[in-house]
Structure formats: structure tokens, C-alpha cells
Write a protein that binds this ligand. Structure first.
Ligand SMILES: [Zn+2]
Length: 202
């Protein structure tokens, strides 16, 4: 999802801004001066993070801007560490609104013939709270799909980035391209409750 789409779902974006300290007014789903000011503060902080930790490729940039500030920092460090070790890794996705997550959930269900891509509905994925991203690994510009290649990456980054969790270590649905910032709780339902009420969760 893009930053522009994030802004279009005003209630979702207000929750995102409030839980991360940019917005203190009511979660009313309407874009007024206070939401505008919070948005400007978020963009400004994102810019200063980019200056401090370095810009990356355009595709990754478009996804990093949808993450909460701590995740933006972690994602930039993540790419830098892997780039320094000769890996070409890009962020292919970042935050999804609940509506986008629901649309993804519908794939492969109820007569939809696309492949099933997720078991999470809106509010059930860490992608819905701005703390998760999925990567693509490239070799000579070609997108790599082999799990074995993705399994080599955690050992290169996780010792340095202890604030991260890797989706490949999940028992029930290992998700090798998935990384996320550890939240205050491992329970998605708990994080969801905090997010929706505009309380801190990272
Ligand atoms: Zn993911």
C-alpha cells in the first residue's frame, strides 16, 4: 500500500498517528486541522529518519513510509546490513489497512480462483499496525522465490537487530519473506486493541 492510500482511510490513519504519538484528538474518521498537523509531523519525522539512516531503492521507500517510525528505522538498518553483505533485498509490502487486508483474505475463498495468500482478516495481521514488512530478494535483477535463499538472511540481520522477529520461525504458517518489529505483546488481539484505541504498542 502507498502512503496516499494510507491517508485515504482516515480513521485507520488517525489510529496509526495517535498510537505513535503524532495525534491526540478524537478518532472520528474525519480529516481536520489536527489530523493535518499530525500527518505533517509524521512525514517530517519520516524524512529525518531517512536522512539519518539513508535512502534506499524507490520500491522500498514507498513501503517504508507506511511503517511506524521505529519500524522505519529497523527496515532501513535491515536493508543496509544485507546490502553490505552483497544482498539485493527490497521491501515489497508494508502496512495494509483493514480493508486491504480483507481484500487479500478474499483471494482464494468463496469462488475466488486466485491463490490463497493469507489467513488473516482485517485487524488480524501485524501488517495492519505498521510494524511488519515483506521482502523480495533479487539476484542480477531477477526476483528470487526459493525459500532456501530467504532462510539464509535471518542469521545475517537478527543478531544485530534484536528488535525484529522473522516470520520464518512461526510454527503454524512459516512466512519466510516476513519481518516485523516486536510489539508490547505477542498477541495480535492485544496489539489490535491498543492500535484501535490509539495507545502505544511498540
Ligand atoms: Zn508479511
Amino acid at each position: 500500500m502507498s502512503y496516499q492510500l494510507l491517508k485515504q482511510d482516515v480513521l485507520f490513519y488517525q489510529r496509526f498517528l495517535k498510537a505513535n504519538g503524532f495525534y491526540t484528538a478524537r478518532l472520528d474518521g474525519s480529516w481536520g486541522p489536527k489530523t493535518d498537523a499530525a500527518d505533517a509531523a509524521f512525514v517530517q519525522q519520516s524524512e529525518s529518519i531517512k536522512l539519518r539512516f539513508g535512502a534506499v531503492d524507490a520500491r522500498s521507500e514507498s513501503n517504508i513510509i507506511t511503517l511506524v517510525p521505529q519500524a522505519q528505522i529497523a527496515a532501513r538498518k535491515f536493508i543496509t546490513i544485507l546490502t553490505d553483505q552483497g544482498k539485493d533485498v527490497r521491501l515489497l509490502s508494508g502496512t495494509r489497512t483493514y480493508a486491504e487486508q480483507d481484500a487479500l483474505y478474499r483471494q482464494g475463498r468463496n469462488g475466488n480462483t486466485q491463490p490463497k495468500v493469507t489467513n488473516a482478516k482485517g485487524g488480524q495481521s501485524n501488517h495492519n499496525f505498521g510494524i511488519a514488512w515483506d521482502i523480495g530478494l533479487f539476484e542480477n535483477g531477477k526476483y528470487i522465490l526459493a525459500d532456501s535463499k530467504y532462510k539464509q538472511l535471518p542469521a545475517m540481520v537478527l543478531p544485530e537487530l534484536t528488535e525484529l522477529e522473522w516470520g520464518g520461525s512461526w510454527i503454524s504458517f512459516p512466512d519466510f519473506p516476513h519481518y516485523q518489529l516486536k510489539a508490547v505483546s505477542e498477541s495480535v488481539a492485544t496489539v489490535r486493541g491498543l492500535f484501535e484505541s490509539g495507545a502505544a504498542y511498540v
